[in-house]
Ligand binder design. Structure first.
Ligand SMILES: *Cc1c(COP(=O)(O)O)cnc(C)c1O
Length: 454
């Protein structure tokens, strides 16, 4: 009988994170302030601890994982790598499909990989309070959990549409001791401005980020934590790919292609960057691995966005980052993969995509739920709607293999379970979900007014 589950023991939890910057052909484009000059670290130190800022600009290939962080990782890491044999059989494909199950973490997704690290570095810097935003609630619950592990108080601005759709994510955050506020809220100037324009505003990640940053910047005891996009977040997530590489060795196999869902890009970075290291060094045994970010067709940042300097939030509080963007005033439709409703993308992922070193595809919502249901019926695990994007891509690749007779090895980052997304599955079963068309010609003013940078 072929083994299906490839496990590492706890001593094999990585001791270092992998920093892709060391292997990128060009240095990352710097983050710029209002004067179009690189933002000095001291300025960012108002909302981030220095240790994270140093990681943000580091070009060291390996960065040690502090022992107290590995200690918490031990609660659920290493995560299993599983061969989706039953899904392969269901599809009748010669391809081999493997998935890394990040859904086994406390909060149910990959996000605690960075939340724990961020809470640790903040506590080391003497910070006792964090603000953050959350879309679907995955990041909020991860930082609530991590804050609890290190004795840090957490206030979470939750995008209103998710706040209403996902009451149980709220309950999780409260269980771990965090305070949850529907965004836009009346607690910040940003929130009040958006509500004045439209009291029914459903919220967006961009608005919630503005609210959390505004509050962190105005209080000395409070820092801000971001669940994706930034370089240090991508760095922390590389435990996924680093473990996966050891597990593929155990399996005596190696991916031809890696698929991960892509919202802000951190889970893609986490799964793909360690394989990029091999690509940059000439390939694994001479073989290049295709690295594919999978995004929603309704919020197609990489595949339809513009590569430009843009703000990370909706109101232009943050410095500007060079990334693929749909414009910071882009209001994504209320799709159920809330974690993928972001106007921008990780600058590292964006730069690699721009240079043609990674790939991206966009998939429509209904097809992702169809894939998620197939996966659940074959493998038993009910995936998060975000993860369904990568599963859709993997199934399509496996079906191409079926047509061509190729036995490719496909690696999927199963970023989370969908136990708090069952209302979305119900809507799918009841025929109430729809595909949203991205209006390519809807010119957003924010893109026309982006600062010109030489
Ligand atoms: C947040 C989230 C994502 C997308 O965020 P990235 O930063 O792009 O990884 C994907 N899957 C799950 C389960 C999430 O919670």
């Amino acid at each position: 009988m072929d083994p299906l589950r490839f496990m590492l023991d706890q001593s094999q939890i990585p001791t270092h994170w992998y920093n892709v910057v060391a292997d990128m052909p060009h240095p990352p484009a710097p983050t710029l302030g209002p004067d179009n000059k690189p933002v000095p670290l001291e300025k960012m130190a108002a909302i981030f601890p220095m240790a994270l800022l140093e990681q943000e600009i580091s070009s060291e290939r390996w960065i040690p994982i502090p022992e107290p962080v590995r200690e918490i990782y031990r609660l659920w890491r290493p995560t299993p790598l599983i061969r989706a044999k039953r899904l392969e059989d269901m599809l009748g494909t010669p391809a081999r499909i493997y998935y890394k199950n990040e859904g086994v973490s406390s909060a149910g997704s990959h996000k605690p990989n960075t939340a724990v690290a961020q809470a640790y570095y903040n506590r080391e810097a003497g910070i006792c309070r964090l603000t953050t935003e959350t879309g679907a609630g995955q990041w909020g619950s991860s930082i609530a959990f991590a804050g609890q592990m290190f004795g840090i108080e957490v206030r979470i601005f939750m995008v209103k549409v998710s706040y209403l759709q996902k009451p149980f994510r709220r309950s999780m955050m409260r269980t771990w001791g965090a305070e949850v506020i529907a965004s836009p809220s009346t607690l910040t100037q940003t929130g009040r401005d958006f509500l004045a324009k439209d009291p029914e505003n459903p919220g967006s990640l961009g608005i919630a980020i503005s609210e959390a940053v505004e509050e962190a910047a105005s209080r000395a005891d409070t820092n801000y934590a971001l669940g994706s996009v930034l370089n240090h977040v991508a760095l922390h997530q590389t435990v996924i790919g680093l473990e996966a590489k050891k597990q593929f060795e155990l399996a005596g196999d190696w991916p031809d292609v890696v698929f991960a869902p892509c919202g802000g890009g951190s889970s893609f970075a986490g799964a793909a960057f360690p394989f990029f290291a091999d690509n940059a060094a000439g390939g694994h045994k001479g073989k290049q691995v295709r690295l594919v970010a999978v995004e929603p067709a309704s919020c197609p940042t990489l595949t339809k966005g513009t590569y430009a300097y843009d703000y990370g939030d909706a109101s232009g509080f943050t410095p500007i980052m060079k990334m693929y963007t749909l414009g910071h005033d882009f209001m994504p439709p209320g799709i159920h993969a809330g974690g993928l409703r972001y106007h921008g993308d990780s600058p590292l992922v964006s730069q690699l995509y721009h240079e043609g070193l990674i790939e991206a595809i966009a998939v429509p919502q209904l097809a992702t739920f169809e894939a998620g249901v197939m996966f659940a019926r074959a493998e038993g695990i009910i995936p998060a709607p975000e993860s369904n994007h990568a599963i859709r891509a993997a199934i399509d690749e496996a079906l191409l293999c079926k047509a061509s007779g190729e036995a490719k090895t496909i690696f999927v980052n199963l970023t989370g379970h969908g136990h708090f997304d069952m209302a979305a599955y119900d809507r799918y079963f009841d025929g109430e979900l729809e595909d949203h068309v991205y209006a390519e010609d809807a010119i957003r003013t924010s893109l026309q007014h982006l600062p010109k940078v030489g």
